[in-house]
Design a protein around this ligand. Structure first.
Ligand SMILES: NC(=O)c1ccc[n+]([C@@H]2O[C@H](COP(=O)([O-])OP(=O)(O)OC[C@H]3O[C@@H](n4cnc5c(N)ncnc54)[C@H](OP(=O)(O)O)[C@@H]3O)[C@@H](O)[C@H]2O)c1
Length: 355
């Protein structure tokens, strides 16, 4: 019977939230997978049989034919190098949820979208906090407008939060990246941790300067929601750390991250950072028109523990695909789901505010 759910990276920082939640909803049907059977088993032993362990390395081996036949949903919780695993899921009509924050991977997916449609299952990308809740907050904000010119996304991350190794690696790899953004419908190149802008954050956090960062929401939303200009900026709850990173960027320190051992030292340092809190905040400022008058709307969401909320968003999407019928094809979260239903299901873990 096609009724199994496999969470790849299912005992990692984000994956464990998803495996646990889905295991409670569908006991015995959920598998937490990763390269280490021992780690998977240790995690699953705590779930009282709700979740089962599975050893998979997405770069080396696929799931067995038997497993592929019986699987209805795969949730991918790591950044993949290519789309082979995803395509294998499509061949077996498996619904697919991906929390990746990698723009490179999404670009590769865009190419298979063109070659392979129509699919016989649903794939949902941009699932999590950023991308994910950021995409949905933009959709929610612009729903109140007749016409939208721009959406600026601001993200604050808590330095003291427990971030997974893969998530930290993604952030370090992007400290010195150059990437395109869409401004007034035209593509232009920008760089991480440059073009700082001050904005007011909710929850008495005050005005903070945030800097450009290569989050995928800004690449996707001009196409999925038809917005002429979208940007995403990042800061940390520690003003000192935010300013220090901006300074290091300015003087070219991050170019040294290409040297392997310096990259590894930086990764270890970021893993050990223990000051600051575990808050996350996203804010959207949208400009456009309401009743032919210029309008600016600012909204925000905030909560604690970004891995936790990322897992909760992914759990919501996976549960929906498991239980209900959705259009077949590859979508970003905002193309298949309504902000109101997602926000309602997560209301105990986060607060929605208009600023
Ligand atoms: N959308 C969002 O808002 C958002 C937020 C946070 C994180 N993320 C993304 O989510 C991903 C996971 O983050 P995380 O914080 O949970 O990281 P993590 O704690 O390092 O978890 C990664 C998991 O993947 C497994 N894994 C690694 N390579 C694998 C492979 N080749 N085959 C199978 N399993 C493999 C790891 O276990 P083993 O090493 O034992 O195999 C581990 O369980 C990252 O890619 C990050 O960019 C997205």
């Amino acid at each position: 019977m096609k009724d199994k759910i496999i969470v790849i990276g299912g005992y990692g920082q984000v994956g464990q939230i998803i495996s646990k939640d889905l295991g409670e909803l569908f006991p015995g049907k959920v598998f937490a997978a990763g390269r280490s059977y021992r780690k998977a088993k240790e995690f699953c032993d705590l779930s009282k049989g709700n979740v089962q362990p599975l050893q998979v390395n997405v770069n080396e081996n696929f799931l067995s034919d038997h497993m592929l036949k019986e699987t209805l949903v795969v949730v991918m919780c790591l950044d993949q190098q290519n789309t082979q695993f995803m395509e294998r899921c499509f061949q077996h009509h498996i619904h697919y949820v991906d929390i990746t924050a990698s723009y490179e991977f999404l670009t590769k997916v865009r190419n298979i979208k063109l070659e392979r449609s129509p699919l016989q299952s649903s794939a949902v990308l941009s699932v999590g906090l950023a991308p994910g809740l950021t995409n949905m907050l933009v959709k929610h904000t612009i729903e109140q407008m007749d016409e939208v010119n721009s959406a600026d996304i601001y993200i604050m991350m808590g330095v003291g939060d427990q971030h997974g190794k893969a998530g930290i690696k993604w952030m370090i790899n992007n400290l010195d990246s150059e990437f395109p953004v869409i401004e007034n419908g035209v593509e232009k190149q920008v760089r991480s941790f440059e073009n700082g802008l001050k904005t007011e954050f909710p929850n008495h956090l005050g005005h903070r300067k945030a800097f450009r960062f290569n989050f995928t929401d800004q690449h996707v939303l001009p196409h999925t929601l038809g917005i002429g200009s979208v940007s995403t900026r990042l800061c940390f709850d520690s003003i000192v750390l935010t300013n220090l990173i901006a300074l290091f960027k300015k003087v070219g320190v991050f170019r040294l991250l290409k040297i392997r051992f310096l990259h590894q030292i930086t990764l270890a340092l970021f893993e050990k950072l223990s000051f600051g809190g575990d808050i996350w905040v996203i804010k959207v400022k949208a400009e456009g028109y309401i009743n032919s008058k210029k309008a600016i709307i600012e909204t925000s969401l905030h909560g604690h523990k970004e891995s936790f909320i990322t897992g909760k968003v992914a759990g919501f999407v996976a549960k929906e695909l498991y239980m209900n019928k959705y259009p077949q094809g590859i979508f970003h979260i905002e193309e298949l789901f309504q902000p109101k239903e997602l926000f309602k299901s997560l209301r105990s873990y986060m607060k929605l505010e208009s600023i």
